[in-house]
Design a binder for this molecule. Structure first.
Ligand SMILES: NC(=O)C1=CN([C@@H]2O[C@H](COP(=O)(O)OP(=O)(O)OC[C@H]3O[C@@H](n4cnc5c(N)ncnc54)[C@H](O)[C@@H]3O)[C@@H](O)[C@H]2O)[C@H](O)CC1
Length: 409
């Protein structure tokens, strides 16, 4: 594609900006005592999306790492071309590993950055980059789609839940590698979403993860003893106080399109409170629990910040209207296993999954460092996601904490 004069005139600015950003990253890492290094020459090319693709090599001398772990950092699959706009994900993955490495070596880190061409919007929230301009569905359409998917599967609710879980797990495993985040706590609700959560745990177990499921209330779909016996997956009926020590990711499979939009009922208070306040990343199935399907977090919850802020959202079939409010890191769509024409006939364009995939990345947001961790989304957005690598640590008086005794038992 020929590069227009208009773009050429901005190249030096982009180069300067890129160098500045890379140097700032390096400086931040050096200050943090993680690395010392330098920015090597880089190349700049025009990407098919119209953005500039900058490639650079950062040479790091790491205080601690093992070559095996560094290799693992580089073996991440590339995100979908053209949607990979936040650019620092690879770097982010590596950065997350740095603290664990344990001997002194040099690491060359390839950083790929897509810089916006002048005048383009950023990402996140309502401005999230999306390859589907007309992809949001109303609650009515979403509920009908679920009914139709179940009918198409011969009224086999279990089969539909399993198929949905396949797509969800495909998305989750792209974002949280088993080497990084093996222990996954799956919070299951009373309905179909909870059942998808159970199949998620089963599929994760098959992939080498170490999942556990939680039920605040019995589910009509699920035989808890078979989850334990057949699949060797622990089932919790309480929220462990030590959750953040033992689990790296939390799956929110509590409420989906069947949520009535009101206050959360009593049996789910404790787990809902945990989902609101946890510093572990949350991956929501279809709809972040407690979000109004159309408007997202209720005004009262926005004011009090009592709403779930997932880092990963996987919409089933098509994104619901409320997902316009999503400002987490990754938004995927996974298959509801309806014919391609299903949504198109309703005037809704849905993505085509590449190859044999059951999911596709719709949008992703840049992250920035904050003193607490990493905030996703644009500054000033009301629901930027917070992800903190280190869980909060607190002393627990075991005499006062019966849950802890339960766990020790
Ligand atoms: N579940 C079925 O047997 C069928 C569902 N069909 C369609 O699928 C959607 C979704 O089903 P549902 O099981 O309702 O989905 P959820 O996972 O979202 O379950 C919600 C679950 O939570 C309860 N609930 C609702 N509001 C609250 C609240 N404020 N606090 C706590 N709990 C809440 C609700 O009672 C559910 O149990 C559904 O819309 C149907 O379109 C098909 O019809 C086939 C059968």
């Amino acid at each position: 594609m020929p590069v227009s004069l208009h773009h050429v005139s901005y190249r030096p600015q982009i180069i300067r900006l890129g160098r500045l950003i890379l140097s700032a990253i390096l400086q931040a890492l050096s200050v943090a005592g993680l690395v010392c290094g330098r920015v090597n020459p880089y190349s700049l090319s025009k990407h098919s999306s119209g953005c500039y693709l900058m490639e650079a090599v950062l040479s790091f001398t790491l205080p601690n790492f093992t070559p095996g772990r560094v290799m693992a950092a580089f073996l991440q699959p590339q995100p979908v071309p053209g949607l990979y706009r936040h650019s620092f994900r690879q770097h982010n993955l590596c950065r997350r590993r740095l603290v664990r490495f344990s001997s002194s070596r040099t690491l060359n880190l390839n950083v790929r950055m897509l810089s916006d061409t002048p005048g383009q919007q950023g990402q996140g929230g309502e401005n999230a980059q999306s390859n589907q301009p007309n992809a949001y569905v109303t609650p009515e359409v979403a509920q009908q789609a679920m009914i139709d998917a179940i009918a198409l599967a011969g009224d086999d609710v279990q089969r539909v839940a399993e198929l949905c879980a396949i797509g969800f797990v495909e998305a989750l495993t792209q974002c949280y590698k088993v080497s990084d985040a093996p222990a996954v706590f799956v919070v299951c609700g009373p309905g179909l979403t909870g059942l998808i959560g159970v199949y998620t745990a089963i599929k994760l177990k098959e992939k080498g993860y170490d999942p556990a499921v939680h039920f605040s209330h019995p589910s009509k779909y699920v035989d808890k003893s078979s989850i334990r016996k057949k699949y060797d997956i622990p089932v919790y009926e309480f929220v462990p106080t030590t959750l953040e020590f033992y689990f790296q990711v939390i799956v929110d499979a509590l409420l989906g399109v069947g949520f009535d939009g009101g206050d959360i009922h009593a049996p789910y208070w404790q787990v809902f409170e945990m989902l609101i306040s946890t510093r572990r990343p949350i991956a929501s199935i279809d709809v972040p629990s407690g979000w109004d399907l159309t408007t997202g977090p209720r005004p009262i919850d926005r004011t009090a910040a009592t709403f779930i802020k997932p880092e990963l959202l996987v919409s089933l079939g098509a994104p619901k209207l409320c997902s316009k409010m999503f400002a987490g890191a990754f938004h995927f769509v996974a298959g509801l296993h309806l014919p391609q024409s299903y949504f198109e006939e309703k005037g809704i364009s849905v993505p085509v999954f590449p190859g044999d995939s059951h999911t596709v990345l719709l949008s992703s947001s840049p992250f920035q460092f904050t003193e607490n961790g990493e905030a996703y989304g644009k500054p000033g957005q009301f629901n930027a996601t917070l992800y903190t690598k280190n869980p909060r640590r607190q002393w627990v008086d075991i005499d006062d904490d019966m849950d802890l005794w339960d766990e020790l038992d």
